[in-house]
Design a protein around this ligand. Structure first.
Ligand SMILES: Cc1cc2nc3c(=O)[nH]c(=O)nc-3n(C[C@H](O)[C@H](O)[C@H](O)COP(=O)(O)OP(=O)(O)OC[C@H]3O[C@@H](n4cnc5c(N)ncnc54)[C@H](O)[C@@H]3O)c2cc1C
Length: 298
């Protein structure tokens, strides 16, 4: 049955897909993939839909949604934390802190799932999931379960080899270190408070977070340059296209306001990128993934 993807993305945008099946574990994911493969049905995978811009006309494929309300986590005596791909990333960070294990605090407050987070190497404050991954269990496009060591995932800045290989993450193991529970809780609360202050609440103001990737450092050893700074100087904060507008507190965050369409978001972000190109000669690259490949003129 046709399902509108706007119900499953934090932008609240996106037309229909052929069919959507939601699963929370590896066995269920494997069943669905094998059934679709046997029937010759093309498919895609999503998690929390917090890094996706889906076209208003939708997509022709079926969608496997790997997402759960609650985390599925197990910690062993060596500090290795096993989690399902469907687990909400923030809840995994909370679980680690409550167990007195450090290393995942930076992921506090990042929306979405572990699977989506690994696919895009989600991170904040200079740390990303690839830094703490030990190994991952994937379902190959042919529907076989395999484990990959961290090195095989080829993490980069907000990227991994997973989309290119077509692999579906079903489980992951993170390395954590013993720490002080009270200090870890405090770190987490501080990060969440900072995010509440700087970011919109996507439940109220639909968004997919930072739209463009930050830029490479100006000099080796320096931090990446915030795309938001260039956007702000290029005048992005006052830009609007249809129902889509730029968040007042952060020039790299686009909000899909009432009546917005994915087309509005594409028009707005194309204008934002053009303004940065004209003013600074810099080409911005979207961090948000487009389904299908919406024409973006950055
Ligand atoms: C308010 C807000 C703040 C944000 N802040 C940050 C931040 O600080 N840092 C940051 O990095 N990101 C941030 N994001 C973006 C987003 O939350 C992350 O990119 C997140 O990791 C995406 O996970 P998801 O489950 O929602 O993935 P989705 O959006 O569902 O999917 C994203 C990509 O991952 C793939 N994918 C999803 N699940 C799987 C799986 N199981 N196996 C293989 N591929 C899969 C999809 O095919 C798609 O290509 C923010 C978003 C919002 C709305």
């Amino acid at each position: 049955m046709e399902t509108r993807l706007s119900h499953f993305t934090t932008f609240r945008l996106g037309g229909p897909c052929r069919e959507l099946i939601a699963v929370a574990d590896a066995a269920a994911a494997m069943d669905v993939v094998r059934t679709w493969n046997a029937a010759g049905k093309p498919w895609r995978v999503m998690g929390g839909g917090s890094n996706l811009l889906v076209a208003d006309s939708g997509i022709p494929e079926s969608v496997l949604r790997i997402a759960a309300e609650t985390p599925d986590c197990r910690l062993d005596a060596t500090g290795l934390l096993e989690v399902s791909a469907a687990s909400p990333l923030d809840a995994v960070a909370a679980f680690a802190a409550e167990c007195g294990q450090g290393g995942l605090g930076f992921a506090s407050g990042i929306p979405g799932t572990v699977g989506g987070g690994l696919c895009g190497n989600a991170g904040a404050f200079g740390r990303q999931l690839g830094d703490v991954l030990d190994r991952v269990e994937i379902l190959t496009p042919a529907g076989e379960l395999r484990q990959l060591p961290r090195a095989a995932v080829e993490f980069g800045y907000r990227s991994s080899a997973l989309p290119r290989m077509g692999d579906v993450v079903v489980r992951a193991w993170f390395r954590t270190e013993a720490g002080d529970r009270a200090a870890l809780r405090a770190e987490r609360e501080e990060i969440r408070a900072l995010r509440r202050e700087k970011h919109p609440d996507w439940r109220v103001e639909p968004t997919a977070g930072s739209f463009f990737k930050n830029l490479p450092p100006a000099n080796p050893g320096e931090p990446r340059r915030a795309a938001g700074r260039f956007l702000e100087q290029a005048g992005a904060k006052t830009m609007r296209e249809g129902g889509a507008y730029v968040f007042a507190k952060h020039a790299n965050i686009v909000i899909a306001g009432p009546g917005a369409t994915a087309r509005d978001v594409v028009a707005l972000t194309t204008r934002m990128a053009a303004a940065v190109r004209e003013r600074f000669g810099i080409a911005l690259e979207p961090e948000v993934r487009h389904w299908p490949n919406l024409t973006f003129m950055g």
